[in-house]
Design a binder for this molecule. Structure first.
Ligand SMILES: CC(C)(COP(=O)(O)OP(=O)(O)OC[C@H]1O[C@@H](n2cnc3c(N)ncnc32)[C@H](O)[C@@H]1OP(=O)(O)O)[C@@H](O)C(=O)NCCC(=O)NCCS
Length: 233
C-alpha cells in the first residue's frame, strides 16, 4: 500500500427527493434496484432507497467514470455494495449511510472505507443499548461519565463501531462486544479487536462533523496520513 496521504471524499445531501427529482433518480437505477425498491412495504423507505441509490450512482460516475445508469453495483456476501471491476472502476471503494433525512457517502481509491451517520434523537434508551450491545469496558466508561456527557459519548461509540463494521462489510455478523473503540471527543481509535488483536492496528477511525443533530464516523483501511474532505453532493 502506498505511503502517500490517502484521500477520502465525503459527500452529503438531504434525502428529500420528491416528484420529478425522485423520478430522475429512479431512471438511473438498475432493473435489480428497481425490483428491490418495489418490494418496500412503505413509501418513505422506498423513496429513501431510490434517492440514495440515484445519488450514489451520480456521485460514483463522477469519480470512477462511466454513465450513472451503466455502473455495476454489486453486493458482497453480507450486503456491502461495491463497484464492478470494469475499466478499473472496482478500485473505487465507497460506503453510504443515511439517517434522519441526511445522506452521506465516503469514496476512497483502493482502500476499504466505512461510514456511519446517526441522527441524535433525544430520549433514546442510551443506557439499555450500551449495556446490551457495547463491550463491558465501553459500557463502564460511558456509565462513569456525568449524565450530560453520556449521550454524545454514546453516539461517538455507536458510529465509530458501526463505521468499522461497515468498512469490513461485516454488518451484524460479529458480536458488537468483540471489539472496542474510544469514547472521548478527541482522537477516534479502534482500541481492541478479538479474536485477532492485530486487526485493531490496520484501520484508521475519524469522527466527521456533518452538522448539528448528527453523529458520524469514518473508518479507512490502513494507518498513516489521510486527508478527509466533506462537501455537499
Ligand atoms: C446494514 C448495516 C450495514 C448498516 O445499517 P444501518 O446503520 O441501519 O444503515 P446505514 O444507513 O448506516 O447504512 C445503510 C447502507 O449501508 C450499506 N450496506 C449494506 N450492507 C452493508 C454491509 N454489510 N457493510 C457495509 N455497508 C453495507 C448500503 O449502502 C446501505 O444503503 P442502502 O440501504 O441505501 O442500500 C448493518 O451494519 C446494521 O444493520 N447495523 C446495525 C447494527 C447495530 O445494531 N448497531 C448498534 C450500534 S454499534
Amino acid at each position: 500500500m502506498s505511503t502517500a496521504a490517502a484521500r477520502v471524499e465525503v459527500r452529503t445531501a438531504l434525502l428529500d427527493a420528491d416528484g420529478p427529482s425522485l423520478r430522475a433518480m429512479e431512471a438511473l437505477l438498475s432493473p435489480g434496484e428497481r425490483e428491490r425498491a418495489a418490494r418496500f412495504a412503505f413509501e418513505e423507505p422506498r423513496r429513501a432507497f431510490v434517492a440514495s441509490r440515484g445519488r450514489l450512482r451520480l456521485l460514483l460516475a463522477g469519480f470512477a467514470g462511466g454513465r450513472p445508469e451503466g455502473l455495476r453495483i454489486l453486493e458482497d456476501d453480507l450486503g456491502k455494495p461495491r463497484l464492478g471491476g470494469e475499466c478499473g472502476q472496482g478500485r473505487w471503494r465507497f460506503n453510504v449511510s443515511h439517517s434522519g433525512g441526511l445522506w452521506a457517502c465516503a469514496v476512497a481509491l483502493n482502500r476499504e472505507v466505512g461510514l456511519d451517520l446517526e441522527e441524535i434523537r433525544p430520549g433514546r434508551a442510551v443506557e439499555s443499548i450500551m449495556n446490551r450491545y457495547f463491550s463491558p469496558a465501553e459500557a463502564a466508561a460511558l456509565a462513569a461519565l456525568p449524565g450530560g456527557e453520556r449521550e454524545a459519548a454514546f453516539h461517538r461509540v455507536w458510529t465509530r463501531k458501526e463505521a468499522w463494521l461497515k468498512a469490513r462489510g461485516l454488518g451484524i455478523s460479529i458480536p458488537l462486544d468483540s471489539f472496542e473503540v474510544s469514547h472521548g471527543p478527541g482522537e477516534a481509535r479502534l482500541l481492541a479487536t478479538r479474536p485477532d488483536p492485530g486487526e485493531a492496528g490496520r484501520w484508521t477511525l475519524r469522527d466527521l462533523d456533518l452538522g448539528p443533530g448528527y453523529a458520524a464516523a469514518l473508518c479507512l483501511e490502513g494507518t498513516g496520513p489521510a486527508e478527509v474532505r466533506v462537501r455537499p453532493a
